[in-house]
Ligand binder design. Sequence first.
Ligand SMILES: *[C@@H]1O[C@H](CO)[C@@H](O)[C@H](O)[C@H]1NC(C)=O
Ligand SMILES: *[C@@H]1O[C@H](CO)[C@@H](O)[C@H](O)[C@H]1NC(C)=O
Ligand SMILES: *[C@@H]1O[C@H](CO)[C@@H](O)[C@H](O)[C@H]1NC(C)=O
Ligand SMILES: *[C@@H]1O[C@H](CO)[C@@H](O)[C@H](O)[C@H]1NC(C)=O
Ligand SMILES: *[C@@H]1O[C@H](CO)[C@@H](O)[C@H](O)[C@H]1NC(C)=O
Ligand SMILES: *[C@@H]1O[C@H](CO)[C@@H](O)[C@H](O)[C@H]1NC(C)=O
Length: 938
Amino acid sequence: MGLSMCPFMSNHLLLFLLIFHYLNSLSFSTQPLCKDFESFALLQFKQSFAINGSASGDPFAYPKISSWKAGERNDCCSWDGVLCDRVTGHVIGLDLSSSYLYGSINSSSSLFHLVHLQKLNLADNDFNYSQIPPSIGYLSNLTYLNLSMSNFGSQIPPEIFELSKLASLDLAFNPLKLQKPSLKSLVENLTSLKLLYLMEVDISSPVPHILANLSSLTNLDLEGCGLYGEFPTQIFKLPNLQVLFVGYNPNLTGYLPEFHTHSPLLSLMLKHTGFSGKLPDSIGNLKSLYKLDIGDCYFSDLIPTSLGNLTNLIDLRLSTNNFRGQIPFSLANLTQLSHLDFSYNAFSPQTLTWLGKQTKLTFLNLQAVNLYGAIPSFLKNMTQLAKLSLASNNLTGQIPSWLVNLTHLTTLFLDDNQFTGTVNFGLFHKLKNLTHLQLSEVHLSFPINSTFEASFPKLKLLGLTVDLHRNKIGGQIPKWIFNMGKETLSFLDLRFNLITGFESFNNTPRVLRWGSLLSLGLDSNKLQGPLPIPPPSIAIYSLRYNTLIGEISPLFCNLQSIELLDLSHNNLSGMLPQCFSKLSEFLLILDLHHNNLHGTLPATYKEGCRLKVMDVSYNRLEGRVPRSLSNCKMLGILLLGNNRFGDIFPPWLGKLPMLRALSLRSNGFQGAIGKPESILEFPGLQIIDVSCNNFTGKLPSEYFQIWNSMKVSNASNLTYMKVIARTTSVEYNWEFPFDYSIVMTNKGIQTEYEKIQGFLIAIDLSSNRFEGEISEVIGNLKGLHSLNLSNNILSGCIPSSLGNLTGLESLDLSQNKLSGEIPQQLLQLTFLGIFNVSNNHLIGPIPQGQQFSTFPNDSYLGNTELCGIPLTKKCKIHEPLTQPQPNSKQDEVLNFPSKSDWVVIMMGYGSGLIIGFVIGQNLTIRKLEWVFKNLRRQ
Ligand SMILES: *[C@@H]1O[C@H](CO)[C@@H](O)[C@H](O)[C@H]1NC(C)=O
Ligand SMILES: *[C@@H]1O[C@H](CO)[C@@H](O)[C@H](O)[C@H]1NC(C)=O
Ligand SMILES: *[C@@H]1O[C@H](CO)[C@@H](O)[C@H](O)[C@H]1NC(C)=O
Ligand SMILES: *[C@@H]1O[C@H](CO)[C@@H](O)[C@H](O)[C@H]1NC(C)=O
Ligand SMILES: *[C@@H]1O[C@H](CO)[C@@H](O)[C@H](O)[C@H]1NC(C)=O
Ligand SMILES: *[C@@H]1O[C@H](CO)[C@@H](O)[C@H](O)[C@H]1NC(C)=O
């Protein structure tokens, strides 16, 4: 007995429900019992599903059908979720929402025998991508149908339109399509609708005008439906419409109408659409409105004073539009506001005087709205504030210490203002609920030897970035910082400070112990000593531009969430741990350039390698390029330059479909480059730099023939080459665009380009021992912007086909044994800014006109038989173009170059377009933009 009770005892709730329903059925014992066939249909329906705990998301979900039992005394009208007609006993309502139902459903389901159903709710279950069964049309008396969040898939069947009595239809949050038939047919047929919820259903059409005929409609939600075209303004004027949500349709345009008095609108949500124009003055007529969200649209002009008449507003969001002028004082009257977001608008400079009486505010976002002046003391009265951002304004004065009396604060963003004075970071420890804190560009001091062991227990995000030119956080990060958000901190940004290390971090290995840390930025500090080891949760770990020394610990190989590892510009030494290649299963971006690493590259990259960028240039790495890198099918950028690799040209890299940039420069590569094995090698290559090696043999003309991606110019691609690492915490999707740098040589000068424009196409084969002629084939690479073949042993003529490379901006053929004349076809190179053929055996007249009038003498030095401007040597008139002329001693003396001349010339960028495709070369520090987006809908 005791044993058999156990399963029941374990579920008090169920037992309670059973008793409750038993009593319930007793008290209505006068009601007719349910019909056998309906009871049977329900039991059959029950049997066609599994109970699966993950099928429902509602925390109060439970398996209603578990209590359904066959048997004589069991009246199905008493079953959980079943409602019968009092008179006829027919099942007229079925509510199995959040019931853990899992399984497929089709037209033969016994559900459709329940033809008397008026209400059917199957929301929040998992029907495993079933189509909504066409036999839903049999349930012709349905007035209420809710299939939301239930994983129904494919096209919505037309039979649903036969349910002409439907007043409420909710199909939201399913992978459904409403295309054939369309929203238009739905509206034509279901004319009694009061509520229509289709969020996230793929409609992909304009909004039909006829929707404005649904005069009963009170609630319309078409968020995220892929709507486009212009929204019919008449819909705003539907006589009963209270709730209108059409946000998250970025291609949907429209305008707000003139609103009449007595509009019943309560809530209007247009966020993230293409709506534009003004907010009409008549918006003041929407007296009942309590929520207005038009964030992330294209509204402009002034905010009408009449907005202050909407005194029922609780939630007002105007973020990210083009509003200008002053925020009207009338808004002072909106004293019921709980949520207010004006961020990112082009308001004229203003103080906060229009604010003050909103003591119910819990959310206040005034980021980037051109505020100036001090933080006003009325904020003291907003004691309910949980989220406050005043970031990116011109606020001045001190950060007031009373701010920390707003103890409900979970989010506080004050960065990017002009605050003066120094804030003791210790102050903030009073904010025990704080989860997100951004104080960047605020002068902070840290309490020394603080004992805040339990500070900020809930912190998830901390940004203390400091601008380069301002005061900085210096010295050691105190020990207690490790206790901040020990289990919660996900984002810590301490870039551009003067941090030298972590206090009492004497334990070795130096392991950071924030259990939830996703992203740690310590770029451009003064970190010394060995490299700290991040926790296993880390996704983004960036410590570039510090002075870290010592080896990279093998403990790094255990990081299984890491996507971006940037340790560049440090002084790390030793060998890379051999297990390091394991990280390539997780890493998208590995940047170790400018360190002091030696030894070989770890050799085993497996199938499934995710690497997109690998930059190990400027180290002392040696040995061969691992053949298994050919498993890294996503690899786009491979920079191995300025190391001591000794290998032959790695043709197996040609199998990498995404490879765009390859640099092997300044290593010990040798031998002939040879011929491709197939015409499909290096299909995406745009930049190849093998300069300063010991390559020999002929130029790789066969490769020139197959590098198809160099044959077209895509100058409209104005984006920079970048890779985006993404990581997700509960609240945020973080995006970290990573622009990578590359070193290239122009006119003998090595330059590190911080960003590379997406269309750049360049070949640098300079400073090797390539010999033989330059094949005419090179003229096929019509997309080339930069070609450097200098300092080889090339002979023969300059191919006239170079004249086809009409996008060429830099051409360097200097320091070879080229002979013959400079082809007149080069006059077609109208973008050429750099041209160098010095130190060859060229003869005859220099082409005249076009870009050639901009090149200096130095471009031609050391070719004694060249003549014409800019050289002093004149060409003989009617000189037969093909006949070499005797030396002129005089010119030889004048023009003979000293070896250093060609190295130092930096001028003559002519058209300036070189600067156009590689920007920012004057900056020494490349900034990683930390863009984060809050994609969560509030
Ligand atoms: C549908 O409703 C109508 C009107 O209320 C009623 O006469 C009819 O019997 C119902 N049909 C079914 C199958 O219950
Ligand atoms: C929907 O309405 C259209 C036009 O009003 C009609 O032709 C069509 O038959 C209806 N469809 C259904 C399924 O009732
Ligand atoms: C918006 O339109 C653009 C261009 O037609 C299209 O590429 C994009 O997918 C559309 N976006 C949505 C959400 O429908
Ligand atoms: C707004 O209220 C003011 C009084 O505060 C009134 O004069 C004005 O007409 C109202 N405007 C609208 C559009 O209701
Ligand atoms: C606030 O409302 C009151 C009463 O309706 C009105 O007299 C006053 O002008 C309004 N204040 C502003 C700044 O519009
Ligand atoms: C804060 O509220 C109190 C009481 O409502 C009021 O007297 C005071 O003026 C308010 N302070 C500010 C700065 O508005």
